[in-house]
Design a protein around this ligand. Structure first.
Ligand SMILES: C[S@@+](CC[C@H](N)C(=O)[O-])C[C@H]1O[C@@H](n2cnc3c(N)ncnc32)[C@H](O)[C@@H]1O
Length: 209
């Protein structure tokens, strides 16, 4: 399946990486998918399209994001939500009347799948522990990049691994730009003696039992 951009921003913009990502998910064909870090919802929509093809309506997508920058979360790195293409700014401002980085805009993008999705607005450090992870088959971890956040997110998702699920982490090795992501992932793998495959050069870390 081809990864589509839906006139929005996504971290899977590099040529071929979105298709590669969808193939990893397809191999596992999860019924319940959790994305930490939804941003504009582009990956969310691609995942819904893929899971619909595989399972028809028998799938769930859960997405969690801050969906806003405020005083409490300003230490997290949030991608620039402004488009360099002015047409896209005009489209969202005057036609959609929506901020693409908002829960409402992602709900709009996913409206075809409204019965299959749950979107949660808030900080993964506080909210992930409230999700029943034994029901999740696949996690795409692409939220906060602070060491404590990655560590917390992984610890909260341990139950997914214990139930034979998969965690796919984005931005595994960003080198000097964000060495803490790799550090948190490496420590987690070592601590629980997990299997980890590094994919697409060093971009993804796929963690399983
Ligand atoms: C790289 S973007 C996600 C891109 C998206 N997965 C995609 O494929 O297009 C990272 C997202 O993580 C969110 N984020 C950062 N820290 C977070 C936290 N502590 N809890 C929840 N979301 C967080 C940001 O708001 C941002 O939208």
């Amino acid at each position: 399946m081809k990864y589509k951009k839906y006139f929005r921003k996504t971290s899977l913009k590099q040529d071929g990486v979105g298709d590669y990502f969808l193939n990893i998910v397809k191999e596992k064909s999860p019924k319940t998918f959790l994305e930490v870090g939804v941003f504009h919802g582009v990956t969310a929509r691609n995942i819904c399209e893929l899971l619909y093809k595989i399972h028809k309506n028998d799938f769930k997508y859960i997405g969690l994001d801050l969906f806003e920058i405020n005083d409490e979360n300003k230490s997290e790195v949030i991608p620039n939500t402004f488009f360099s293409n002015p047409l896209k700014n005009i489209y969202f401002k005057f036609f959609k009347n929506l901020n693409p980085y908002s829960k409402e805009a992602v709900e709009d993008l996913l409206k075809k799948y409204k019965n299959n999705i749950t979107l949660i607005k808030g900080n993964s450090n506080l909210l992930l522990k409230k999700i029943d992870m034994s029901k999740i088959d696949f996690v795409f971890l692409d939220g906060g990049h602070a060491y404590e956040t990655v560590k917390n997110d992984l610890e909260c998702c341990l139950e997914v691994i214990n139930s034979n699920g998969t965690i796919l982490c984005d931005d595994y090795d960003l080198g000097a730009q964000a060495p803490q992501v790799k550090k948190a992932i490496d420590e987690f793998i070592q601590k629980y003696k997990l299997k980890c495959e590094i994919l697409w050069n060093t971009r993804f870390a796929k963690i399983e039992k």
